[in-house]
Design a protein. Sequence first.
Length: 353
Amino acid sequence: MLNFFDTVPIPTIVVNNENKIVFINKNGLQFLKLTTQDFVLIPINFFFPEMEIIELKNKQNFTSSYINSNGVNRPLLIQFDTYTIDNIEYKLLYIIEFKKNETDLDTIDSSFIKEKENEIEIENKLLKIKNKELEEINYIISHDLQEPLITVISYSKLLEDEYQDKLDDEGKMFVKFINKSAVRMRNLISGLMQYASINKLEELVETNLQIVLEEVQEDLANKIKKYKVLINCEKLPTLYCYPTYIRLLFQNLISNAIKFSKQDVYPKIQISFTERENDWLFKVKDNGIGIDSKNSEQIFMIFERLHTQTIYKGYGIGLAHCKKIIEIHNGEIWVDSILGEGSTFNFTISKKI
Ligand code: ADP
């Protein structure tokens, strides 16, 4: 959800109520010459040491400076605003760099500051309108759209069950199509809602991933038994993460490894990890049908699938979920695969989430 601030054309840092960075928008990363969100949960004073907590508390605008890529100390104006998402209040810090001829802080023209403040105010209003719109759309999708769909599903089911004798074969087939499409749409909507609800939470939890994996295997026990799946896994570590999401991630990757297995070959899944300096690297390797390398990025996009429903059922949401889950763990996810020769899904979980 915080990615939303990427639409703000001004370098913007979002901080939580402990004055720690929770998000830097694209312009902000560019401005601070950073390439990743590695600074998440670092106190804001790291970038602006002269910034007093009192200023943050009172949300006062203040002037600061920053050494740019040419080694030149450039004066800045930091303007504050607050923003509430899911009942959590965030502080927004807009970074405004003064133009070349305004390098001396003492000579900064107050009309210039005013002008910049007005620009930000307009941007901010637009942002608030956009967010309101998003909230409304969210509500419409989760409530208003579901209602008529449920009606379609239940009446088409009624038609199918109660009007068996009155419908000819073609009529029965049409009713089946209606029901199938409506169920599909309901599933797509709930997938989309689930996708939208994956967000950075306040509390990271020290989690034993071995236990998480065991729980996932219990949940998938029927499938594992039915398809005679062999899961080989080294003892997984304990680390800080959002456990509900990591559980969903393992569940999706293992379910896919089973679903996309080769006909007449028992699925074999190998799970391994390596602890590295800044993160943990995990690998989930299968002996399934594999993926053509030209599709290796597309499969992580929502609703993107490489197969029709008739061969492999699904909605193309699982890997999009995985990608979002890994993004909020400041990691990366990718696949190494050769078509026909199995796939290895790799993902990292940062030690600085
Ligand atoms: P779904 O499983 O519902 O199709 P996903 O988002 O989980 O959606 O996967 C997207 C696509 O990626 C799948 O349709 C499939 O083509 C491909 N895919 C995912 N996992 C695997 C795998 N382990 N082996 C081969 N192909 C896979």
